[in-house]
Design a protein around this ligand. Structure first.
Ligand code: HEC
Length: 118
């Protein structure tokens, strides 16, 4: 009887390890949604997790990514203009047409608007 308990516990530990491993292999499982993952992967390095433009790379002052929580940014640009910046790049911001389809770019724009627009 004792042996059985030990074996069951071992199997559970092993399964847990497998699930943990699978999560490490596919980082997208850390995020609630596909679009959240894409923002984290493609944009957050510069614009930061909270959109303020202070991501890992964005902190460098010479780069100065747009602060997505700044209402002025949203007031002064139409969706089409912002999409164009995402698609084709703007100054130090790289173009994303190569990595993200039009559809994905629209989803990300909707996401950052929802999350960061004051
Ligand atoms: C390498 C750093 C970097 C990455 C990665 C990056 N950006 Fe930017 N982003 C910038 C910089 C720098 C600006 C400011 C450009 C300017 O106004 O001259 C900017 C500006 C913007 C703007 C304002 C554009 C405008 O027309 O004024 C939006 C919206 C934006 N980024 C969204 C995104 C999204 C969405 C992603 C991910 C798909 C992304 N950025 C990835 C650096 C980056």
């Amino acid at each position: 009887m004792r042996h059985l308990v030990v074996i069951i516990v071992m199997i559970m530990v092993w399964l847990n390890g497998l699930i943990w491993l699978a999560k490490q292999v596919d980082p997208s499982t850390k995020y609630q949604s596909e679009v959240e993952y894409k923002y984290a992967r493609y944009c957050a390095g510069c614009h930061g997790n909270n959109g303020e433009g202070n991501g890992r790379i964005g902190r460098f002052k010479r780069l100065d990514p747009a602060d997505l929580t700044d209402s002025g940014l949203w007031d002064m640009h139409s969706d089409e203009q912002l999409l164009d910046s995402i698609n084709a790049g703007k100054d130090d911001m790289p173009a994303f047409y190569y990595y993200l389809s039009d559809e994905e770019q629209r989803e990300i724009l909707a996401y950052i608007k929802e999350m960061f627009r004051p």
